[in-house]
Design a protein around this ligand. Structure first.
Ligand SMILES: [Zn+2]
Length: 137
């Protein structure tokens, strides 16, 4: 099977501040982060599309007991992108001890950071982060 977008291409995009996803030619749904098939119809007729990197916090949690190699506390959020998909990542640039329910519904923009490989993922890779667009509300 040939993939429209490889993991390497996706990583390269993140490095350059581009968020490469897939748009389904069958049902028009966006898939991000990229997968082998459309997240809606499982179709494989996909084209590479840059998403605009804006979204809304739908839910979050504060990690106080972290996996090996990670330094707590930090905030993990589920963000709904403007194009539709939900993406998980760390909410950076905020004090985790001040995180409260007021975060839900806040606008964020996507970024990325390098994380070191661990027992379960041997290679370093770039992952999605979020930062608040509007600091005051
Ligand atoms: Zn589809």
């Amino acid at each position: 099977m040939e993939y429209a977008l490889t993991f390497e291409q996706y990583q390269k995009g993140l490095e350059q501040g581009e968020f490469l996803g897939l748009r389904c030619n069958g049902c028009d749904t966006f898939t991000f982060p990229p997968l082998g098939t459309c997240r809606n119809c499982s179709g494989t007729d996909l084209k590479v599309t840059q998403i605009n990197g804006q979204g809304t916090v739908r839910t979050f949690t504060v990690i106080r007991v972290a996996p090996e190699g990670r330094r707590p506390p930090y905030v993990v959020a589920m963000v709904e992108l403007e194009e539709g998909p939900s993406v998980m990542g760390n909410l950076v640039d905020i004090n985790p001890d001040e995180a409260d329910m007021g975060l839900i519904g806040r606008r964020v923009k996507l970024g990325s950071q390098m994380v070191q490989g661990d027992t379960y993922s041997p290679d370093d890779c770039r992952v999605i982060t979020f930062s608040l667009v509007d600091r005051t509300h």
